[in-house]
Design a protein around this ligand. Structure first.
Ligand code: ZN
Length: 282
C-alpha cells in the first residue's frame, strides 16, 4: 500500500488499482475530522461509503469535489455521522446534478434488509413529499436511486452479502455496534462493515469483536478499524484492540477517533488513518 497526496479536484477514476480516500476519519462528536466517510475508487467506478453531517465539508476540503459529482453511495448504518448528509446528497443529485450537470441518477448499493429501514426511519420525512411521481404518489426510494442490491450468501454458516461493482469486490458483514447490550451482530441494530477486494478490512462501526477480526483480519493487507481512545460501550477501545496479536496490529490503521487525538499513545499499531490522502493498493 502506498500513500499519495491528492491533486485537487480528486479524480474519481484511476488506472484500475484499488484506491481509498477518507474524506473524514472522526467519530460522531468530531467537529474537525468530518465524521467517518470515505471514497473507494477503481477504474471508472467510485463509491462514497457514508456521508455524515460533516461529510459535505470533508468532501470539499479534502478532495475539492462538489456533492453533485458523487454518482454512487453506500450507507453502512443509520447514525447521523454516517447518513446525516445523505438527504442533501440525494436532493443535490436530483435537482442539481441531473438537471444542471447532466449527471446520472444516484446509484445506491444497499442490502434489501437495510433499504426499507433507511427509507422509513430516516430519509422518507425529508424526501418523500417534494414531488409526486408518474403514479400521482409521493416519491419513494426508487424514484431517487438506482438501487444495486448485493447478493445474499451463506458463508461459514453466517449470512453475508457480496457484490462486484465494476472491478470493485465488496463483502458486507453485519457488525455488533448498538445497542450496548447486544451480544452479537444478529441481535444488534443493522450496521455493516466491508471486506474490500479481499484485501482491505473496513470494520465500520463496531464494538470490539475478536471473531470478526479472526475471520477477516488474517487475510487482510490493511485493517481500518473503529477506535475509541476511552472505554466505550458501542465502539472498540484502543485497550481492547491492544489485546490482538502483533501480526494484526501491525497492519491496523485506527479510524473513527476523537478530535483530541494528538499526543495519544497509539504505539503498537500501524498508525492513525489520515483523511485527505490516497491509499493505493496493488
Ligand atoms: Zn454508529
Amino acid at each position: 500500500m502506498e500513500i499519495l497526496e491528492i491533486q485537487k479536484p480528486l479524480s474519481l477514476k484511476n488506472d484500475g488499482k484499488l484506491e481509498i480516500v477518507f474524506i473524514g476519519v472522526g467519530n460522531a462528536f468530531s467537529e474537525n475530522l468530518h465524521n467517518l466517510n470515505l471514497i473507494l475508487i477503481k477504474g471508472d467506478k467510485h463509491i462514497l461509503v457514508d456521508f455524515g453531517i460533516r461529510g459535505p465539508d470533508g468532501l470539499k476540503t479534502n478532495t475539492g469535489l462538489m456533492n453533485y459529482e458523487i454518482e454512487t453511495v453506500l450507507p453502512t448504518h443509520s447514525h447521523s455521522d454516517h447518513i446525516g448528509a445523505l438527504e442533501l446528497l440525494t436532493l443535490t443529485n436530483r435537482y442539481i446534478g441531473r438537471t444542471v450537470f447532466n449527471k446520472p441518477k444516484l446509484k445506491m448499493i444497499i442490502t434489501e434488509e437495510y433499504k426499507s429501514q433507511l427509507w422509513d426511519h430516516s430519509l422518507k420525512g425529508g424526501l418523500a413529499c417534494n414531488e409526486v411521481n408518474d403514479f400521482s404518489e409521493y416519491l419513494g426510494f426508487d424514484d431517487y436511486y438506482d438501487v444495486i442490491t448485493p447478493e445474499k450468501i451463506l458463508k461459514n454458516n453466517k449470512s453475508r452479502h457480496i457484490i462486484e461493482y465494476g472491478d470493485l469486490k465488496l463483502e458486507f458483514f453485519r457488525t455488533n455496534h448498538v445497542p450496548d447490550i447486544a451480544k452479537s451482530s444478529q441481535e444488534a441494530f443493522l450496521s455493516y462493515g466491508l471486506m474490500i477486494d479481499d484485501k482491505v478490512l473496513f470494520s465500520g462501526d463496531t464494538k470490539f469483536d475478536k471473531g470478526l477480526i479472526d475471520e477477516y483480519g488474517r487475510d487482510a493487507e490493511i485493517i481500518y478499524h473503529d477506535c475509541s481512545f476511552l472505554p466505550n460501550p458501542v465502539h472498540a477501545s484502543i485497550d481492547e484492540l491492544r489485546t490482538l496479536d502483533k501480526s494484526i496490529r501491525d497492519k491496523m490503521l485506527l479510524m473513527h477517533y476523537s478530535d483530541d487525538y494528538e499526543g495519544k499513545d497509539i504505539s503498537g499499531f500501524k498508525g492513525l488513518t489520515k483523511e485527505g490522502v490516497r491509499y493505493i493498493f496493488d
